[in-house]
Design a protein around this ligand. Structure first.
Ligand SMILES: *[C@@H]1O[C@H](CO)[C@@H](O)[C@H](O)[C@H]1NC(C)=O
Ligand SMILES: *[C@@H]1O[C@H](CO)[C@@H](O)[C@H](O)[C@H]1NC(C)=O
Ligand SMILES: *[C@@H]1O[C@H](CO)[C@@H](O)[C@H](O)[C@H]1NC(C)=O
Ligand SMILES: *[C@@H]1O[C@H](CO)[C@@H](O)[C@H](O)[C@H]1NC(C)=O
Length: 344
């Protein structure tokens, strides 16, 4: 588990997490840096008639596989399996966090580019102190220069917005946190969260609405994802930093068990599998038939996607690392290069 800077930048190492699930990351960190908090609007998305972009790849038989896939096709539990009670078909599970343990699973394989999704329903009620993470990561225990793409849901008190924090690590360096309070309550129903990653960009979103994009600006000196990564889900105790900047800790006696639900495993991974995360050559050179996620229409954002991103930034973003000017001074770091480039 790596920590960098003041913000709660938490790189998850599941094996470790299962043993020591209490994280201590400096508090008060965000308080100073978060832009004025916007209230979560529980009103439905008022976006006019969104022609939402879907990343489906028509014609690619693999999209909905003829052979049904389930949890065991891709994943294994990393923690106590009793906290991951899968149903008999392996197409739905709870992820239970309680005093006796956390829940976590990850893919057997690592991948280089593709589309990763999970249908997630967060625990209802008072989820203070909890963190639910859906993320890609290369091996951060063995190597210091790991890559990682995070979606983390930070629990909150009943009726208060669950915050979605995202981050991107390249070559071991993160510090690219963004936080959003969504336009719906993620504990009320299942939503499909996605990480789309190709040679041009990483796009993070939900239900085909883009929330955040990280463009490949390698030609302008910004490092880009370059390793194979596995897909993980975990549900754990982030008392040290998660809820209201760590002010409200988890209370197992009062609120546990925290029960999140996950499904949609069969279509979770549509990506290029690597033999080893440090050897991605074959995925970069797929031959005459490029991957569907590398088709020309996927190398640029559509106008509609750009409009949606602007809407999300305006109405739902509560923290953007690129706008946190005080942080570079406080943490004695240089402002990431991409912050001075066009966002898309
Ligand atoms: C899981 O599979 C069973 C059997 O095919 C099906 O009846 C059920 O609706 C599926 N559940 C989910 C959550 O997809
Ligand atoms: C929790 O709710 C408070 C109060 O509405 C809000 O400021 C905060 O952004 C929410 N999220 C977290 C993770 O604390
Ligand atoms: C939610 O739980 C926390 C402990 O995690 C507690 O301090 C807080 O008072 C609870 N909030 C409500 C509204 O019950
Ligand atoms: C800030 O970082 C620079 C370069 O890494 C280092 O030389 C300097 O000592 C640091 N200053 C403080 C106050 O940590």
């Amino acid at each position: 588990m790596a920590r960098s800077g003041h913000l709660a930048v938490v790189t998850l190492s599941l094996a470790f997490l299962c043993i020591a699930s209490i994280l201590s990351v400096s508090e008060a960190a965000l308080r100073a840096s978060v832009t004025p908090v916007q209230r979560r609007s529980l009103v439905k998305n008022t976006w006019q008639n969104p022609q939402v972009y879907t990343q489906k790849c028509p014609g690619d038989g693999d999209w909905y596989s003829t052979k049904p896939k389930n949890f065991w096709s891709f994943f294994k539990s990393y923690c106590d399996p009793s906290h991951l009670p899968l149903n008999q078909w392996g197409n739905h599970s709870k992820m239970i966090l309680d005093k006796s343990g956390i829940a976590g699973f990850g893919s057997y394989s690592a991948y280089f580019t593709g589309r990763f999704t999970m249908k997630i329903k967060l625990p209802p009620g008072n989820s203070s102190g909890t963190v639910f993470a859906f993320y890609l990561s290369s091996d951060g225990k063995k190597y210091k220069d790991h890559d990682e793409v995070d979606i983390e849901f930070l629990g909150n008190e009943t009726g208060m917005p669950i915050t979605m924090q995202t981050n991107i690590f390249v070559n071991g360096l993160g510090q690219r946190e963004m936080r959003h309070n969504l336009w719906f309550d993620p504990s009320e129903a299942f939503h499909e969260y996605f990480i789309f990653w190709n040679s041009a960009m990483v796009l993070i979103g939900v239900d085909s609405i883009p929330i955040r994009v990280f463009m490949n600006n390698e030609q302008h000196g910004v490092p880009y994802l370059n390793k194979g990564q596995a897909l993980y889900c975990s549900h754990w105790d982030g008392s040290g930093w998660a809820t209201q900047n760590g002010r409200i800790k988890i209370d197992y006696d009062l609120n546990a068990p925290f029960v999140a639900q996950v499904k949609g495993f069969g279509r979770s991974i549509n990506a290029c599998r690597v033999q080893s995360e440090r050897n991605v050559w074959a995925c970069k050179h797929p031959g005459p038939k490029p991957f569907c996620w590398e088709r020309p229409e996927h190398l640029y954002l559509t106008d509609n996607q750009k409009n949606l991103l602007r809407w999300v930034a305006k109405d739902h973003c509560i923290y953007d690392y690129c706008k946190d000017d005080l942080r570079w001074v406080r943490e004695n770091m240089t402002k990431p290069l991409e912050c001075d480039m066009l966002p898309y």
